[in-house]
Design a protein around this ligand. Sequence first.
Ligand SMILES: Nc1ncnc2c1ncn2[C@@H]1O[C@H](COP(=O)(O)OP(=O)(O)OP(=O)(O)O)[C@@H](O)[C@H]1O
Length: 301
Amino acid sequence: MSDAQIVVSGLTKVYRTVRAVDDLSFAIEPGRVTGFLGPNGAGKTTTLRMLLNLVTPTAGEATIGGRRYADLEQPLRHVGAVLEASSAHRGRTGRNHLRVICAAAGLPPQRVDEVLSLVGLTPAGKRKFKGYSMGMKQRLGIAAAMLGDPDVLILDEPANGLDPEGIRWMRDLLKKLASEGRTVLVSSHLLSEMQLLADDVVIIAAGKLVTQGTMGAVVDGLADAARIRVKTPNPEQLTSALADATVATADGDELILTGVTAPEVGAAALRAGVELHELVTDKPDLERVFLELTAGKAGIR
Ligand SMILES: Nc1ncnc2c1ncn2[C@@H]1O[C@H](COP(=O)(O)OP(=O)(O)OP(=O)(O)O)[C@@H](O)[C@H]1O
């Protein structure tokens, strides 16, 4: 096993009456950005906190390179985490904030300027934290996480509060860090945001795994919810020629079908000798499909 592989196995957290995380298992590979997706309350933060030994699991285990976070000898050299926008002493400069963390963790002091440069805060590092914008706080949080030059980076909703330019910057940085061979795990509740960033995706709802795989395969799966609109003077004949299709609506000569592709409809029509007047694939709104997939499972629990 790679030192940078994350493995979650049967992970469960029960708070009084709430099963925040429910028998969750997945693996996250190095050299890739993995999106950890789910609606609000799905259990993403609780999972990440268990991974970082900030919450004790009720059952199951989460390991990084085969070891629990608590058993890592020098955790900051191995794992960097940004769980919320950084907070620091208001009157302290960003640079001094990082120097304190660096010294406390016994990391080389030159890392401070290296990470400030990495996140584009070299001049701003000399300014006091109280004047930092949300975007600057996020950058400082990533700088702190990178002090130990970790091979695993874990971020909880890092795009929150960022403007589009900040989001693009974050995306480019995380992709670069993954391309260097690091494991990058990023949580989000927006599929659209993750589509531009993640190579792999793990989707959870109500604490349970919904699906996981490469972003391409998962999106293709969601896109199977595409609807085919077809016009034919013989709708009944066409329907009986399409055993696998589900008829969503039938209105005169127009049928809306799911569970089939346009080429399958065209081929079936040809075989059955049914005339087609129109054959259109309505591209699904992936965000809507994602919400439908996870809706009802999450929410208030
Ligand atoms: N300390 C706690 N005590 C009780 N319930 C909790 C606690 N922490 C989380 N929960 C509950 O566990 C469930 C999962 O919460 P969690 O914050 O992990 O979800 P999330 O996917 O990160 O959502 P969000 O995007 O809203 O942060 C929610 O129902 C939440 O109310």
